[in-house]
Design a protein around this ligand. Structure first.
Ligand code: ADP
Ligand code: MG
Length: 611
């Protein structure tokens, strides 16, 4: 232990601000080995020391740890390998803005854990025993390379080994590697999330799971890359974690100002709010009013319920588009990802090793260790996962989806990794028919490459057919050309400042494809509703849904019914009615909500062929 410049100061600080915590630590040591210190406290105590910690952590942090060893305790104990873990670090830097100037600084990075390796011992100090004279030489290890002794320390020997490592005299620490990725809600306009590797050690290892939303505070370091030709001039960034904070959900959602709240409440009182929300979903896509209405409800979602027997019923609404190619399925999925407060886009045939759910893989991050990697449905936790080409997903994903859609968890048991990850998201899937075109007189399960048990887990299935219809075709064509024209005008004005096109002209043409409520505002409206509104259904509404369900059961009785009607449909009806109430920020789901629900469900079942 080398003495640091700030040891004394930290002793005074800990005694004054954290005496109770120090005593707790002393009592629970060695089970507990870290002391959590809130950065703002240090700032109040000594502003200069606090800012020094941020810019020069490699010198200041050891002083804080030394202080724990130097402090006079009322009990006979020395707090040997304990450390101070600083939380609430103000130096919060978005993952994508990390630059070389941040190297060796104390920074805070927030995001979701994408991957986590197994926890494995890492040697801090290796004990080498000379096989000629049996003398043991201790060699401290570095971060990047395993260091071996140059010669035997024993002067009367002095030979160059050979040595063997004595495990029980070497010093080990638990170590784990993580990868943290920007959370979906912080991504602007569907850009690709950036990720950062994180090294964690000791009592921090083995705590977080893929999918967790955290802030990791630590020192940003770099490791030189090596290529086949040798060392490269490029360095990779690694965060050496000092502490991990769990983000509470309220706090990391979109921020809504009091003025915006006023606006949201005013919007909810507008009798036209339903049409306005529907008109704000994929305005560049013509038609599909019923699909867009269903998508609006999916955004708001029903309420998750915890039953007295301990089970949980999801509130999220799963939807599936099945149909011919070229009917704007993919476009709608992409739009919903942009609109949802937390949207993740994925394709069933994606090459990513984690697939849609989660997987245990061996990759670079773990240096050959097993790594648990979260897929789209975990990263979309508390949001919407839009999965295109669902029919092409892997067999593993298909089987994991059953659990993911109903229990909203994903269990992984492979290669010693046992974990249950959360996937509380709404699934919006799209699938193409096996034989190129959809035949509305055949069952869905026969035509798309998905097991019927999986299909039945969707609350709503929309069949989208590409049937030529002169009137409709010409309207779609006009709409597409209008929106392209608006785009062309705006590009020309942007790239050729001398052109005669005015901003007014651009705006006028943009009008056709402009959402009624702009995406940012709608996202806030949805977030506000999901955070504050928990509707309860009126008796009358409840009866309406039950009656509708009973009628469906009767109709769906036949052996050749295209989709079987099960109790799941009743749950789906309840969720949709709740979402309908949430859309206008009402805590009561009324008869109107129930009727809206049965109307949509009926229209979507009729397409499937139940009539
Ligand atoms: P899919 O995924 O169903 O095969 P896409 O989403 O890729 O189809 O759509 C193909 C193209 O056709 C897109 O550029 C889309 O904008 C356009 N398109 C299809 N239907 C419509 C429509 N109703 N309104 C506007 N554009 C449409
Ligand atoms: Mg497509």
């Amino acid at each position: 232990m080398t003495e640091g410049k700030w040891d004394e100061k930290f002793v005074v600080f800990l005694k004054k601000y954290y005496w109770d915590s120090v005593l707790d630590l002393a009592n629970n040591y060695p089970d507990q080995r870290s002391l959590e210190v809130e950065f703002p406290d240090l700032e109040i105590f000594d502003r200069e020391l606090a800012s020094e910690l941020l810019i020069n952590p490699d010198e200041v942090m050891p002083s804080a740890n030394n202080a724990l060893r130097q402090i006079d305790l009322p009990v006979e104990k020395t707090l040997d390998d304990t450390r101070v873990r600083f939380v609430r670090i103000p130096n919060k830097i978005p993952n994508r803005d990390l630059r070389s100037k941040h190297l060796l600084q104390f920074v805070a990075i927030d995001g979701m854990i994408r991957k986590a390796t197994e926890v494995r011992p890492k040697v801090l100090e290796a004990a080498f025993q000379c096989m000629r004279c049996e003398h043991v030489t201790m060699i401290p290890q570095t971060e990047v390379k395993f260091v071996e002794p140059v010669g035997c320390e024993n002067e009367s020997c002095g030979r160059n080994g050979p040595f063997k490592i004595v495990i029980n005299q070497s010093v080990f620490i638990d170590a784990q590697k993580l990868q943290i990725q920007e959370s979906p809600e912080n991504l602007k306009g569907g850009s690709q999330p950036q990720s950062l590797d994180v090294d964690i050690e000791d009592d921090l290892a083995g705590i977080v799971k893929p999918g967790d939303r955290v802030i990791i505070n630590g020192v940003l370091r770099s490791h030189q890359r090596t290529t086949r030709e040798g060392k490269s001039p490029f360095y990779d960034l690694v965060l050496h974690a000092n502490s991990i904070e769990y983000m509470d959900l309220e706090f990391d959602e979109l921020e809504i100002s009091p003025e915006e709240e006023e606006e949201i409440l005013a919007m909810s009182r507008d009798p036209e709010i339903y049409n306005k929300v529907i008109g704000s979903i994929a305005p560049s896509i013509y038609g599909y009013e019923d699909v867009k209405e269903a998508l609006s409800l999916q955004l708001f979602s029903g309420v998750a319920k915890h039953l007295p027997d301990g089970s949980r019923v999801r509130g999220d609404i799963h939807m599936l588009f099945v149909g011919d190619p070229g009917v704007a399925k993919s476009q709608m999925l992409r739009y919903m990802v942009k609109l949802s407060p937390r949207g993740v886009f994925a394709s069933g045939k994606s090459a990513s090793s984690s697939g849609l759910t989660a997987a245990a893989v061996k990759d670079d991050l773990g240096d050959g260790r097993w790594t648990l990697e979260a897929g789209a449905l975990v990263m979309a936790d508390m949001g919407i996962a839009a999965v295109d080409e669902m029919d092409k997903m892997s067999t593993e994903d298909k089987s994991a989806l059953h659990e993911a859609m109903e229990q909203q968890t994903i269990s992984v048991a492979k290669a010693g990794i046992l974990a249950t990850l959360k996937s509380r998201c709404a699934l919006l899937g799209a699938a193409n028919p096996k034989y190129g075109r959809f035949d509305r007189y055949e069952g869905i399960a026969q035509q798309i490459n998905m097991p019927p048990a999986l299909i039945s887990r969707f609350d709503m299935i929309f069949v989208m057919l590409d049937t030529p219809n002169e009137d409709m075709d010409s309207r779609i064509a006009k709409h597409i050309l209008k929106s392209h024209y608006a785009g062309e005008l705006s590009e020309q004005r942007k790239n050729m400042p001398s052109s005669i096109i005015t901003q007014e002209q651009v705006d006028e043409h943009m009008e056709v494809i402009k959402p009624v409520i702009d995406a940012d505002m709608l996202r806030k409206y949805v977030a506000y509703s999901r955070r504050n509104i928990f509707p309860v259904m009126e008796q009358e509404a409840r009866e309406h849904l039950v009656k509708f369900y009973m009628d469906l059961r009767k109709m769906g009785d036949g052996k050749d019914a295209p989709v079987p009607v099960t109790a799941r449909q009743l749950e789906a009806l309840v969720r949709l009615a709740e979402a309908s109430a949430r859309l206008r920020l009402s805590n009561v789901a009324t008869m109107d909500d129930a009727k809206r629900t049965t109307k949509i469900v009926y229209s979507c079942l009729r397409q499937v062929g139940v009539d």
